[in-house]
Design a binder for this molecule. Structure first.
Ligand code: MN
Length: 413
């Protein structure tokens, strides 16, 4: 059977953040059946660069090429850019992408959606009035839900819910999760960034998607709801309807001639609570005019999350091990040590530095070493001010080395 896609994508900086670090693809790449949302991470606009790179790579993906490979290529591209420019160091992005396959053509081909993701940008499927999550977040709280330490409801309120355990741009290799689902006429698929899912409860998202007439109405209502819910983050939604007939005038048949897609035009609309919409991949001029204290708060929180991410991704392997063993998170945290300066002396702390946990106290003083800040060799300073996580042995070894460096060479008798 032949199906058609009716689609609409929109993005909005939200009420707090000055920049929009989300990017989106709405069927306007080489593969017209490909849609994506990417949520960039990294201060001073680096997040925008990272999510932009991810979308550019996807835009260039040929219909016959692997979606997972493209996501891995985006990962390498982000790492390379970050290495070549210090201002972009530590940048990363989530991505969720949906690609439609097998519609029309040979008899017996059922239309499918292939959905791949990394991080906490999500895909949902609305079918028969019921909203089902298609993706599972790669986030700290989602790991805790899977291990039974948190309920889904607790996770959605959790102060650390924005800490993600996988991102593009974090490590050389990235694990991409992919789900393939059969799609039917009448299905409505949603891709979104956490600026929607954090602000609007799932039940409400389901209600909006059920009652809206079309993808455009859905996208606009979702963005309005996220703004009403606080708009604390950039909000991006892409809505795709699977239909049995084309919408208005279909574009020229596609290369593979298996389906026809209508990527709804992204219109500029200045009407007040309406989302800013923009052409994917282009820098958004909108959203730059917000001012005042709120924007500073937004930026601060952003960089905090970014630093926490940078630190956490180094420990992704450890987190995976925790999930595998279902060891409670605090047990793991309590076996971590780090060094810091306090009152001008080097202190060994047990637990996680406050910036890893968004201020939730998960650390205690283990030992005040008596080593003064002035005695610390430049070589070790970074490890101490950046609160690098260590085992107790490593932390003690650094302190020993520092003492040895500082001691004058033994005098000959
Ligand atoms: Mn976000």
């Amino acid at each position: 059977m032949r199906v058609y896609l009716d689609t609409f994508g929109a993005t909005h900086a939200g009420k707090v953040r000055k920049n929009n670090e989300d990017s989106l693809l709405v069927g306007d790449g080489r593969d017209r059946s490909l849609f994506a949302v990417a949520d960039g991470i990294g201060g001073f606009e680096a997040g925008e660069v990272a999510s932009g790179i991810a979308i550019d790579v996807l835009k260039d993906l040929a219909p016959s090429d692997s979606l997972e490979d493209a996501i891995r290529e985006a990962n390498r591209g982000i790492l390379e850019s970050a290495r070549s420019d210090e201002k972009l160091s530590g940048m990363g992005t989530t991505v969720v992408a949906a690609r439609f396959r097998g519609a029309g053509g040979a008899s017996g081909d059922e239309p499918l959606a292939e959905i791949s993701h990394v991080g906490d940008s999500r895909a949902y499927l609305l079918r028969g009035g019921e909203l089902k999550p298609v993706t599972e977040d790669h986030s700290l709280v989602a790991e805790l839900v899977r291990s039974g330490d948190l309920t889904r409801a607790e996770a959605s309120e959790h102060p650390q819910r924005n800490l993600i355990t996988r991102a593009l741009g974090a490590e050389e290799e990235v694990a991409v999760d992919t789900t393939v689902i059969p799609v039917e006429v009448g299905d409505r698929l949603l891709l979104c960034s956490d600026g929607l899912s954090d602000m609007v409860p799932e039940a409400k998202v389901g209600g909006i998607l059920t009652s809206a007439n079309d993808p455009e109405g859905s996208a606009r209502a979702l963005i309005s709801a996220a703004l009403d819910g606080g708009g604390a983050d950039n909000i991006t939604v892409v809505v795709i309807d699977v239909r049995d007939e084309p919408v208005e005038e279909p574009p020229a048949p596609k290369r593979n001639d298996t389906q026809e897609l209508r990527a709804a035009p992204l219109v500029e609309d200045d009407a007040v609570p309406m989302p800013e919409t923009r052409t994917p991949g282009r820098d958004s001029a909108a959203g730059q005019s917000k001012r005042g204290k709120k924007q500073d708060r937004g930026r601060k929180q952003r960089s905090l999350v970014g630093r926490a991410l940078a630190a956490l991704v180094r420990w992704t392997a450890a987190l995976v091990v925790i999930a595998a063993l279902a060891t409670p998170f605090y047990l793991w945290a309590n076996s971590q040590y780090y060094l810091g300066f306090d009152g001008g002396v080097v202190v060994i702390y047990r637990g996680l530095p406050p910036e890893y946990t968004l201020g939730v106290p998960l650390f205690e003083e283990h030992e005040r070493t008596g080593l003064e800040e002035s005695q610390v060799d430049e070589l070790y300073r970074g490890q101490i001010v950046e609160h690098e996580l260590k085992s107790l042995e490593e932390a003690e070894r650094v302190v020993r080395d520092l003492r040895a460096e500082d001691d004058p060479p033994p005098e000959r008798p």
